[in-house]
Write a protein that binds this ligand. Structure first.
Ligand SMILES: [Zn+2]
Length: 214
């Protein structure tokens, strides 16, 4: 059971998520799945960019300079446009998570919730159904591929620094998602369920008894 001791600190929406989570969890445990809780604090998830995506961004930025040279041109009037694009990108990042998971969820968009953790100003997307690891992982990685790697490669190929910068920032922003992917890398045959109110998830893996029964 998740967090009955601090249930009064949760918002009504979070309490609803806890109830949904607990009923799904009980169903999976009754089917013989064993669980492993993989949660991190919002602070740790944000700090993980230093070990997950920051090294990749530094290497890719180096590659950009090797290919296209150092550019001293400023953004000029397009600075405002760049900031607008970043804000739009932050919203799109969560929408892309949601769109992929909605495709895989039985109840589609009804099982996808969006919100903002105001304490750390971190927007999030929550999936309320248990998904197989590959499906969950695709939804986890897709925003970084579409908003990070694709614009970076475009900027690299066409020597367009603002677009490359945009891509690099959104690769960096995928640090928390990359950390979750790292945590679930060995759980290929499991199901995964987002934690109802913490960063991270619960992995349900078929234990030996469940394998015999299936
Ligand atoms: Zn994300």
């Amino acid at each position: 059971m998740v967090g009955p001791e601090n249930k009064h600190q949760l918002s009504p929406r979070q309490r609803e998520r806890v109830e949904n989570f607990n009923s799904l969890r009980e169903g999976l445990l009754a089917k013989g799945f064993a669980e492993k809780i993989l949660t991190v604090s919002m602070l740790k998830a944000n700090l993980m960019v230093f070990v997950t995506t920051l090294p990749a961004v530094l290497v890719l930025y180096g590659l950009y300079i090797i290919v296209n040279g150092v550019e001293r041109r400023s953004y000029g009037g397009s600075g405002f446009l760049f900031i607008l694009a970043l804000l739009l990108g932050i919203v799109l990042h969560e929408l892309i998570h949601g769109a992929v998971w909605a495709v895989y969820c039985k109840n589609k968009w009804q099982s996808v919730h969006f919100g903002v953790n105001w304490a750390t100003l971190t927007p999030y997307c929550h999936c309320a159904e248990a998904l197989s690891i590959p499906k969950y992982a695709i939804g986890c990685a897709m925003p970084t591929i579409l908003l990070g790697f694709l614009p970076y490669l475009f900027g690299l190929a066409f020597n367009h620094l603002p677009i490359a910068h945009f891509g690099l920032l959104f690769i960096l922003a995928g640090g928390g998602d990359a950390y979750i992917l790292w945590l679930i890398r060995k759980e290929k045959h499991s199901l995964i369920l987002d934690h109802p109110y913490l960063v991270g998830c619960i992995v349900f893996y078929p234990n030996r008894q469940a394998c015999v029964e299936q």
